[in-house]
Design a protein around this ligand. Structure first.
Ligand code: TEU
Ligand code: CA
Length: 535
């Protein structure tokens, strides 16, 4: 086996801690609950899912204005989730199972109730004043510039007490930290060290692409492209001065050097932009920047773009943009976007497409990310208006539909109490799927365990293959004698594929629709994908 590096060759599973498993009946998922479910994720046998690492959305003390993305203490655990001792135990129990632990690091903003901000807002002379971004009003009293917050409204909030505005790229309750102040940098670096000393293996970095902005705070130009007119308010301007500002890379380098003080730790950053912009965050050949920067096009993919051509373009564009030492990654869902099945379901065949997506995600080159429940084909839940809780309602109905409790059984099994959000469809549950050889969960397990043992899939080269059939995406993954071919039909039609002579298939390894004998000419059903062995 080629040398194994967990964050490159393993599979990362995202847990939204409120929704995975409740252990005390209060209806909110917690760390003890996760510990009880670790064997589901990986018990060392093919009965379990077989993931290699968990990324937890924030577990820190927080007023929960943005469900944990408003942190009031970076070095503790929210009482809803447990305490530091439970976190230590979770890390230990995960490590026993060879599961790495990735925490969510939220550097762009704190909670407005964080002691640093409470101090900062006491007076203009506060020693912590410059830890946040405070500015005078314009002469006529309006905010310092035209920036708008990601969740709507101006990005500036007036402080009655000290007569200045503070910057908040998200909610009013999420004031932006000032990473141009070296004290902030040093303090936040120590947060990383705090967790790495406790055994944490890596960090998903929230809003990496906004951590510093234009020092002159210039107005963003208006968005004139009509394509964006219907979108959320934040799309009404081009984020020229507040997103992907060039000297963010210096902040990234600083974070990398801290993470490199500890062996085998990693970072994955949340960044939005074109592949060329994303790849900047990897630093020079992936050595002094982020280990991974999210390759996001698939989290936005919807029916219209569910084509072999678009999917291949996404994979190839990222591959081509990457510098030699930088490593790709793929992700179909997270806590901010509609569930995959619900995005590609206009003809009711979203569940079939989820099978094809699983095959793609786990065979294409790069680190796969799985959002909890994706392995079950979880769909967006329909939540009654009065039960909606996400503050980001400018994206109606907000992000609750993709954050509902993990369906463990037909009755739920997430809590003995009232779940904080209602369950979605309980027919797609772990207990039933675990025993069903044709379930999506079974397909995920098979692909994951096959991947684990396959050098071709973990480290092999990726080469797209042109086949003379419309709607087919085909590619090889090869290293030495370990040679695989993937053939995926993105249409709902039956498609005949004749493989090129130089690609001799010897066996069907795993298929979304079963494993028929391998032949040079094959007939794929709609939404069918196969992993084939090559001579
Ligand atoms: O999201 C950042 C981000 O860009 C969001 O505005 C995203 O576009 C939005 O959720 C709509 O899909 C991160 C976190 O992932 C998100 O959960 C937080 O609310 C946000 O940062 C603020 O911390
Ligand atoms: Ca609980």
């Amino acid at each position: 086996m080629a040398e194994y590096l967990w964050w490159k060759h393993g599979v990362i599973y995202q847990i939204y801690p409120r929704s995975f498993q409740d252990s005390n009946g209060d209806g909110i998922g917690d760390l003890k609950g996760v510990i009880d479910r670790l064997d589901y994720l990986n018990d060392g046998t093919e009965q379990s899912l077989g993931i290699d690492a968990i990324w937890f959305s924030p577990t820190y003390p927080s007023p929960m204005a943005d469900f944990g993305y408003d942190v009031s203490d970076y070095e503790d655990v929210h009482s809803d989730f447990g305490d530091l001792a439970t976190m230590d135990r979770l890390i230990e129990e995960a490590h026993k199972r060879n599961i790495r632990v990735i925490l969510d690091f939220v550097p762009n903003h704190t909670s407005s109730l964080h002691p640093w901000f409470l101090e900062s807002r006491t007076s203009r002379d506060s020693p912590k004043r410059d830890w946040y971004v405070w500015r005078d009003a314009k002469p006529e009293g309006s905010p310092p510039n035209n920036w708008i917050a990601a969740f709507g409204g101006p990005a500036w909030e007036w402080d009655q007490n000290t007569h200045q505005y503070y910057l908040h790229s998200f909610l009013v309750e999420q004031p932006d930290l000032n990473w141009r102040n070296p004290e902030v940098v040093a303090r936040m670096h120590n947060v990383l060290r705090f967790w790495m000393r406790r055994g944490v293996d890596g960090f998903r970095i929230d809003v990496m692409d906004r951590v510093v902005k234009d020092p002159e705070l210039r107005d963003n130009p208006p968005q004139t492209n009509p394509r964006y007119r219907e979108m959320a308010q934040t799309a009404l301007q081009i984020h020229q001065y507040d997103v992907n500002w060039p000297d963010i890379i210096d902040i990234v380098r600083g974070i990398r050097s801290v993470v490199d003080e500890f062996p085998e730790r990693m970072t994955v950053g949340e960044v939005f932009g074109r592949p060329k912009q994303i790849v900047e965050y990897y630093g020079t050949d992936g050595h002094d920047g982020l280990h991974l920067a999210f390759n996001f096009p698939f989290v936005r993919i919807r029916d219209k773009r569910w084509t072999a051509e678009h999917v291949r373009n996404v994979v190839d564009a990222f591959e081509q943009a990457l510098t030699p030492g930088a490593w790709p990654n793929h992700v179909f869902g997270n806590h901010d976007v509609d569930r995959l099945v619900s995005r590609v379901n206009n003809d009711g065949r979203g569940q079939e497409r989820a099978r094809l997506a699983a095959l793609l995600l786990l065979t294409v080159r790069g680190t796969p990310f799985i959002y909890y429940g994706e392995e079950l084909g979880m769909e967006n839940a329909v939540i009654p208006e009065e039960k909606l809780q996400d503050p980001a309602r400018i994206f109606a109905p907000g992000r609750d539909p993709e954050r509902t409790p993990m369906p463990w059984t037909r009755k739920g099994g997430f809590t003995t109490g009232e779940p904080w959000l209602p369950y979605g469809d309980l027919t797609q549950n772990v207990a039933d799927q675990a025993g069903d050889p044709r379930s999506l969960l079974t397909l995920y397990r098979r692909l994951l365990w096959f991947r684990r043992a396959s050098d071709a899939l973990r480290v092999g080269d990726y080469t797209p293959v042109d086949v003379a059939a419309d709607g087919i995406f085909a590619y090889t993954r090869t290293t030495g004698d370990d040679r695989l071919l993937m053939v995926l039909n993105f249409t709902t039609d039956i498609v005949d594929v004749v493989l090129p002579e130089d690609l001799r298939v010897t066996a069907t390894v795993i298929g979304t629709h079963g494993e028929p004998a391998a032949t040079q000419k094959m007939t794929l059903a709609g939404n069918e994908g196969r992993v084939l062995r090559l001579a």
